[in-house]
Design a protein around this ligand. Sequence first.
Ligand SMILES: Cc1ncc(COP(=O)(O)O)c(C=O)c1O
Length: 422
Amino acid sequence: MNRLLAEAEQRRLQGKPLLDLTHSSFHRAGIRCSDQLLADALQDYVRRREYRPDSHGDVDARRAICRFYAEDALDLPIERIFITASTSESYSVLFSALAGPGAKVLLPSPTYPLFEQLVEFGGLRPVYYHLLPERGWQPDPEEIEQALQRTPAALVLISPNNPTGAVLSEEVLRRLSRAAAEADVPVISDEVFSHFLRGAPNSGNAPRIARFAQEAGARICTLNGLSKICAAPDLKVAWFGCSGPWRESDLERLELVNDTYLNASGPSQHTVAALLGDHATRRKIVQQVENLRNVLDRWAERVNRDPAVPLLVHPTRGGIHFVVESACRRTGEWAELPADRGGASGFTNSPPLGAGSSAGRFDDEEAALELLRETGVLVHPGYFYGMEDQIRTYWVGTLIALGTAGTQALGLVEAFSREVLQ
Ligand SMILES: Cc1ncc(COP(=O)(O)O)c(C=O)c1O
């Protein structure tokens, strides 16, 4: 285990205070689907219990998933939906079905380490396109277009993104759908955070690339599940849906791979219609996350204006993670950030990091370790996500954790940065 996480675990075991800013446990933060609806659906399952294996997943659950997309004006036919036990499993099924050993998969960088592991465990090779901090963590579509020419087995898009919180625009999605169609590369569109968008629940959902599948002639696979939308990761139900001109042979192969495991349980699948149909609770869940985004925003507004705090909180457009640029480097001297720091993300009042600070005293992990020892607050160093460049280092936390460790933890991070990093 990494030494930061080992030390955090040690604190937990010793009963020392630990303010974990990295956890994403909806339940710990009091965010959950309706207990009553869940209990009713499970009781109903017991009454009607009958094992009905289906390589695509339970038909009633799939009908509910079709309705879920229809509400967002996306037509995903029931025979193009596959139910799995998790989004992670959806990736594995897709990789097994669509990519031969050693094939390349195009992933965003930085990225949640889960995806690299899934690619590697599938015997595939990750190759990366970059999310650019100076453009608010947007990719350069041209870079992706060029990478598509080198015929990867799939292009993975994650929007809203983990951990950067960036959301891909309709314009970029349309452009990428055309490029993927031209290169004949399927797109895996991870939309598990699509409802957690700045301004939600009144702002609508994040744009979906599947909307452009037909007009572009692109093969798009849309991934989602109950784990985030319904704050029910313990139910272990997720799905993917195929839009656009998929070959029959591809669909048959997906069916075969999914049929080999059939991991999504009958009881859990039986809850899908009730939970997805419970719009009031889904809105409440989204609102609860948005309230936590507002907590972060209020903190960011103060910290980003205060030259005595060598931190820069990046704005999140969506998702449940946040990124803080910290005035510490993994190697070498401090460097002033370029004038366009934050770029499209709109930071104008923030102080240049590192100015006048004690050069190279910490790297991001050292600083996170020191933060943990001094204050009991746990953040992830950015390098966990591959967030390293020549001049910047990062810490990552989750909005969900603000529901528990909350403002107290942010206050401690701020005080630590003021006193120790400066
Ligand atoms: C972007 C993204 N996709 C997928 C997953 C995994 O989701 P699931 O719990 O459905 O496996 C995560 C986990 O946090 C994630 O951040």
